[in-house]
Ligand binder design. Sequence first.
Ligand code: GLU
Length: 329
Amino acid sequence: MVNQVNSGDLEINSSLLTVINDLHSQYKSLSEGAVANYIPELAKVNPDLFSICIVSVDGQDYKVGDWEQFFTIQSISKVFAYGLALEDHGRNYILTRVGVEPTGDAFNAIILDEQSKRPYNPMVNAGAIATTSLIKGSAPTERLNRMLEMFRRYIGRDVFVDISVFTSERSTGHRNRAMAHLMLNFGMIDQNIEQALDLYFQQCAVLVNCRDLAVMAATLANRGINPITKERAIDKRYIKDILSVMYTCGMYNFAGEWAYKIGIPAKSGICGGIIAVVPNKMGIGVFSPPLDARGNSVRGVKVCEELSQRLSLHLFDCSSENGKLGTEE
Ligand code: GLU
């Protein structure tokens, strides 16, 4: 069983590796989708890059393809920034500033909840900008350092911001700037909005590889403890808040269908990355830059759909013993 994956279980280890190798070969020729180009620097990515990684909660890793290739984390950062804001202020206060309702709208919709004036949830851009504006620190450098230190705990090594992607987005991110102004107008952001936007653009430009994504997802699956370094990355009391919003809002306006078909908390980014969390079992990372019309990696969605079926990962699947390999019907 996958929930018993451990270093001694060679048969399962090789099964997981076989599954991801199979999926990599099966989908590497899939050429649908287009890379994001509204941030000019992102348009330069090689669309053929493709990697799949799984890290189990006992620290085993399985990887195939271009897993060492670095790219900017983009929207996947929203999950982790939300966790930091929860730790800084607690659940009740954060709920007064950012809702937890799925929108069904695009990630960059310029829209707030009519009544409360809160952004709908922390996984869409407006909600993520509001969340990031709440990160504590006496000055921009301190806030950035706290953010980078948080990523270091999840990933297990020092992280860096890609300055070209950061400046590319800062000079073209007028839509995000418009959202920040709207929230400033309604008193949902107190901070200097240019500083809040800078930190948001910086967090989106943090460089990761596909294995990092799987380790970060595995840390959430492992109640907040990085399964490789054994360091705690986040207070465990906030894991359920993070996974709940990932489950309902993490996959742009495909979140409902994702929950229905794939059934595990996940978050994607316009970099072409996806993280998926199987609580108490494993973290999954997939990277493939071409996106579908909703902004999700085309290959990434296919891979996760098949992984969910082949490993029976859907959280509400009771038709087979959950977590067993080879139970596909
Ligand atoms: N930095 C991107 C933006 O704010 C992130 C979008 C995404 O990955 O969904 O537009």
